[in-house]
Write a protein that binds this ligand. Structure first.
Ligand code: ADP
Length: 667
């Protein structure tokens, strides 16, 4: 073997040429042409040249491989794709250039071609040694010698990446169009030349509440009320070719009329004949509704009796309603849009404050002074609110104004009236208090004045009676003694009431066991009852450990009075029940009897001084002062007293409240 690489290269070339020439020669021989050797050689030379030029210039990859997959010849394009030179390719296999997996596939394909003597055509994606991933269209044919033996494979591959990309782009754009068509939130429908619906998107079905069976081949006019269709016809769209934003109405399957905006395009054929149309339909029912609501709102503002102004956040007028102009006595045009609204207010600084408050918060309400063109002032109530757009952004202020001049005048008058009334009430109260004091003092004085001369009479009359033998005189004396006792009782109670009412009266408050006192009162009462031979059962049901804040003596007096009344007005065999119920920091006592009861009018007066239910009864034990004293005692302790009765002969329940002692509250 020659050592010189150039010589070696030339030898290889010669060898290769020889092989190809041999093949071509065999080829020519096979065609059985009887030509002389020179012609053969010339032909061979010509073919060889042609092949060389083809391999050199063709943009496709052409290669010849022997049975073992070794490259025998390649086109210049193939050399370039493999990113090397021709010498480095010859004798090598695809495993030297491609990824193992790809090379294996190529080899398998070629083995198939050789074994089956079949041509295969395919499109595949390959990664070239230069790193480019390309789509190629490949044809692999068996390579035969002159005897028809397979000696290898001839491959031709063409880069079809651009074509593939174009195909894909086309596919994607079609898909995009499909997606837009199907998912569009507007209804898109197509008609044929006879104006029957032939295609539509999903939203159309939704908008019209119709399905495929309702829509396919349906005359498009049947989707419109007759009048609306006539209007569309009048637009002469076929002539114009298209029409945008036609507002009309369409009929849903359920009969509901919807407001729509349609844009129509007429489809035309080669000879300008109409082949159909495309309609894009938007549902504008909500917009229409809003527009009509806005219209109502506008006219409400326009005709409102309240003065209404709309300003920007610098306080410049954007709109004034007629009431506003009327209120200020401005003729229309005297205050203009764009002018500052504070021109109609006295306190301009205050208005700046109002704007800032509205900006920060949502609104401001208050009273101000309005200033007319002639500088006269009047009282107004102003409420300013922020107006926002549908993105919740503040866009302007709405100011509503009411003339409150008369109200302010009336309020002023009312205030003056109240002040003088208050003064009068105070004077009267002082007068009444003075009179009440005088009354209490008078009663007290009268009591004392009566008590003094009554004492000797009260002491002497029983002695005189003892010495008297005349029966008639004894009778008179007994009557006199009864009356003197009654007077004594009355005077004592009058003095007690006067004492409790006096300003100097003080309670001696201490922790008081209510059970014990009530029990003692019951014992005494039982004793009296026995004496009077009255069979009444008194039941003390209150807890033994209830301790209240009370003046022991007064509490006993109170309980004694109520229980003695209950016994007094109970029938023979009646029952009196005493209970106590806790209410937060208070205790509510109740004394229930089964006695004569009372009606509403009596209930209302029963605690009044000197009130007796039955005035006609000359009861020497009754003064009509007992319950007044009770009321004063309870009230002095900070409690309440009241009575309830279902009616005459149905018994009564007296209630009174006391404050629980601190020790007791938590129990
Ligand atoms: P009196 O000293 O006359 O008993 P009170 O002030 O204690 O005076 O009572 C006023 C009036 O209330 C009595 O005349 C009586 O008619 C009525 N009264 C009081 N307690 C009862 C009761 N438990 N049942 C029915 N009436 C009662």
């Amino acid at each position: 073997m020659p050592e010189d690489p150039d010589i070696e290269k030339e030898l290889k070339e010669a060898e290769k040429q020889g092989l190809l020439k041999k093949i071509l020669k065999d080829d020519l021989n096979q065609s059985n042409s009887l030509v002389i050797q020179n012609e053969i050689d010339e032909n061979i030379h010509l073919k060889s040249n042609l092949l060389d030029s083809l391999l050199e210039n063709i943009p496709d990859s052409i290669y010849f491989k022997d049975k073992n997959g070794r490259y025998v010849e390649t086109s210049a394009a193939k050399v370039e794709h493999l990113k090397t030179d021709k010498e480095s390719i010859i004798g090598k296999t695809d495993f030297d250039f491609y990824l193992e997996e790809e090379a294996k596939k190529m080899r398998d394909d070629e083995n198939y071609v050789m074994e089956n003597k079949e041509v295969i055509r395919m499109e595949e994606k390959i990664t070239r040694p230069n790193g480019n991933t390309v789509w190629v269209s490949v044809v692999k044919t068996p390579w035969f010698d002159s005897k028809g033996n397979v000696i290898g494979v001839i491959g031709i591959s063409r880069d079809i990446t651009l074509q593939k990309e174009a195909e894909r782009a086309l596919y994607l754009s079609e898909e995009k169009y499909r997606t837009i068509f199907d998912n569009s939130a507007v209804a898109i429908m197509m008609t044929d030349e006879s104006e029957n619906i032939i295609q539509w998107n999903n939203y159309t079905e939704q908008l019209l509440g119709m399905g495929r069976d309702d829509l396919l081949n349906r005359p498009v006019r049947s989707l419109y009320p007759e009048v609306e269709w006539c209007k569309i016809r009048q637009e002469n769209i076929r002539k114009k070719g298209m029409q945008h934003h036609l507002e009309t109405k369409m009929l849903r399957k359920d009969g509901e009329l919807i407001d729509v905006d349609i844009s129509l395009s007429v489809l035309k054929g080669k000879n300008s004949e109409v082949t159909g149309s495309i309609g894009v339909v938007t549902n504008i029912t909500d917009r229409k509704k809003m527009e009509s609501e806005l219209c109502i709102k506008d006219s409400a503002i326009e005709s409102s009796i309240n003065a209404i102004a709309i300003t920007d956040f610098d306080g410049n007028i954007k709109y004034l309603n007629p009431s506003f102009l009327r209120l200020w006595g401005y003729e229309s045009g005297k205050v203009k849009v764009g002018e500052p609204i504070d021109k109609v207010l006295k306190d301009k600084d205050k208005f700046v404050e109002i704007i800032n408050t509205v900006k920060d918060k949502d609104g401001w309400v208050g009273t101000l002074k309005g200033e007319r063109e002639n500088k006269s002032l009047f009282d107004i109530q102003l409420s300013a609110t922020k107006v926002k757009n549908n993105k919740n952004e503040p866009i302007c202020m709405m100011i509503s104004i009411v003339d409150i001049t008369r109200r302010v005048w009336a309020e002023k008058k009312l205030h003056q009236l109240n002040v003088s009334l208050e003064q009068k009430v105070q004077e009267r109260t002082a007068e009444i208090e003075k009179l009440l004091k005088q009354k209490d003092e008078f009663i007290g004085q009268l009591g004392h004045d009566l008590k003094t001369p009554l004492s000797p009479i009260n002491a002497l009359l029983p002695l005189v009676r003892k010495k008297e033998n005349n029966e008639q005189s004894i009778k008179y004396l007994d009557l006199a003694i009864k009356n003197v006792n009654y007077m004594k009782n009355l005077i004592e109670k009058t003095l007690k009431l006067a004492l409790i009412n006096s300003t100097s009266f003080k309670l001696d408050i201490e922790d008081t066991n209510a059970y014990e006192i009530i029990d003692r009162v019951i014992q005494n009462r039982n004793h009296c009852l026995k004496e009077y031979n009255k069979d009444i059962k008194i039941e003390n049901l209150i807890e033994k450990n209830i301790v209240i804040e009370a003046d022991k003596l007064r509490f006993e007096e109170l309980v004694d009075n109520i229980i003695s009344n209950a016994c007094k007005y109970s029938p023979h065999g009646g029952k009196v029940t005493i209970k106590a119920e806790r209410e937060e920091n208070k205790i509510r006592f109740s004394v229930k009897d089964e006695g004569q009861g009372m009606i509403k009018e009596q209930i209302e007066k029963i605690f009044d001084e000197f009130y007796k239910v039955d005035e006609s009864r000359h009861d020497f034990h009754s003064t009509g002062l007992g319950l007044s004293i009770c009321k004063r005692i309870v009230e002095k302790h900070g409690g309440n007293i009241w009575v309830e009765s279902p009616g005459i002969d149905k018994g009564s329940i007296f209630y009174f409240t006391f404050i629980l002692s601190k020790d007791n509250k938590n129990k």
